[in-house]
Design a protein around this ligand. Structure first.
Ligand SMILES: NC(=O)c1ccc[n+]([C@@H]2O[C@H](COP(=O)([O-])OP(=O)(O)OC[C@H]3O[C@@H](n4cnc5c(N)ncnc54)[C@H](O)[C@@H]3O)[C@@H](O)[C@H]2O)c1
Length: 413
């Protein structure tokens, strides 16, 4: 059987996107080779210990035991695959601009091992033109001599870590092939895994749609964060306002305020859009304002919390509850709590944190909930955090999550 006829899938990057895709593909009857350049993670996965919350050890062990899945650091193994997906991070560099170095190195890594009729799909989030102008030229430059027909498509991942309802199978998948044959092959692949596949006319539409989806979230979160501050100044409970507005049956979608935005997507992807706009002589001023407003939230939260402390205390003790960027995950990438902690420390506070899903973070360890503090800030309401203990002990809490309304000693942002 040649590679293009085989139901063998190579996935580059075994993280929040790649590993769930691997398990969904195994469920759909694919043999999956999971390539990752982080050797310790590969070892951990092959021992049957899942590095992410959404995949259980049992699911991973079952896939490995039946010979349907194996992780490796060896790129040459993808020569057996008919489909190769790129699921590597696309972060920002020091200038807060797109950093495609990992995507480039993944494309370079697979290029010598593509064969006639291999389908290469990018699932990583990036600006429109990344598949056509960055990935394809690399693969074409380094592919084996005489390999003419390699197919390419973009199918941005929409996974929402920690979501019990929406997953790889039931979330509709956008697919944009570089040409008609690529599109046909990409549709066949995703139809084998997903319940619904949405065809778009080219990869750039798929890439742009992904940026639109995440920018939509960024600006709406910024709007509610700004609105919250306006309401607070006027003594109005924003959560009651949101609940009231939600009663409108059309044209409104609720977003909730918080310490800011975090994770690998919402704070990052919109800056791919602002950068892309600048490359084309445009400006995404609305998105830039939203980014600025969200980055001002940690300062606002810190000031609100410090205002709850007795003014005679020079170095208040502040306990931050939940440092992951959202509940139910241990992911601290881009967490706005970093800026919150740093701002509090700049204001002289002695800061500790507690998160049952994050044992260590930025060189420090989670403290016990009983850590003696002057005020606690509930930044992320992690499951398993016994907040009633704090309330019973009379600890003052600034709740940024609207999880514990109308309790003595608790204020809400
Ligand atoms: N996490 C999400 O919720 C989410 C949702 C939708 C889309 N995305 C996008 O998917 C992409 C992947 O994100 P993620 O959250 O899965 O990242 P991740 O950090 O969880 O996993 C990526 C994995 O790729 C590996 N890796 C990095 N460079 C590599 C290379 N050159 N070769 C082989 N392995 C390499 C890393 O070791 C890591 O294990 C990003 O573009 C992201 O924006 C993420």
């Amino acid at each position: 059987m040649t590679a293009h006829q085989s139901k063998v899938l190579g996935i580059i990057g075994q993280g929040y996107v790649g590993l769930p895709l691997a398990m969904a593909a195994v469920d759909a009857g694919w043999i999956v080779i999971g390539v990752d350049n982080f050797a310790a993670k590969v070892d951990q996965i092959n021992r049957g210990t899942s590095p992410i919350e959404d995949i259980s050890d049992e699911q991973l062990q079952s896939a490995i035991a039946k010979g349907a899945y194996k992780a490796t650091t060896d790129f040459s193994t993808v020569s057996a695959a008919s489909v190769i997906t790129l699921c590597v991070p696309t972060p920002l560099n020091d200038k807060r601009e797109p950093d495609l170095s990992l995507l480039r190195s993944a494309a370079r890594g697979i290029a010598p091992y593509v064969s006639e009729k291999t389908l290469v799909v990018s699932e990583s989030t990036s600006y429109p033109g990344t598949l056509r102008d960055v990935i394809i030229p690399i693969v074409k430059e380094f592919k084996p001599v005489g390999t003419e027909n390699v197919f390419f498509a973009c199918a941005p991942e929409r996974v929402n870590p920690g979501d019990a309802i929406w997953n790889q199978k039931n979330t509709p998948r956008l697919v944009g092939g570089i040409d008609q044959e690529s599109q046909i092959r990409a549709l066949a692949f995703y139809n084998s895994i997903c319940d619904a596949v949405v065809t778009v006319s080219n990869p750039e539409v798929a890439e742009a749609a992904k940026l639109l989806e995440n920018t939509f979230r960024l600006v709406n979160i910024a709007l509610i964060n700004e609105f919250t501050q306006i309401c607070s100044t006027n003594g109005i409970n924003v959560h009651e306002v949101i609940s009231a507005a939600v009663s409108k049956p059309y044209g409104f979608m609720p977003f909730t305020p918080g310490v800011g935005v975090g994770g690998h997507c919402i704070p990052v992807d919109p800056l791919y859009l602002t950068w892309w706009a600048r490359q084309n002589g445009s400006e995404a001023t609305f998105v830039e304002s939203a980014d600025r407003i969200n980055h001002e939230m940690p300062k606002y939260v810190a000031e609100r919390a410090l205002s709850m402390v007795d003014g005679n205390i020079v170095n208040p003790r502040v306990l931050i509850l939940g440092v992951a960027y959202k509940p139910g995950v241990g992911d601290v990438r881009e967490t706005p709590v970093t800026e919150l902690r740093s701002y509090l420390e700049d204001r002289g506070a002695n800061v500790a944190w507690h998160d049952p899903m994050v044992p260590t973070w930025e060189g420090t360890n989670s403290v016990d909930l009983d850590w003696n503090c002057d005020v606690a800030i509930l930044a992320t309401n992690q499951p398993g955090m016994d907040l009633s203990r704090l309330i019973t002990n009379g600890v003052q809490i600034l709740d940024c999550t609207n999880s514990i309304p109308r309790q003595p000693g608790v204020s809400s942002i």
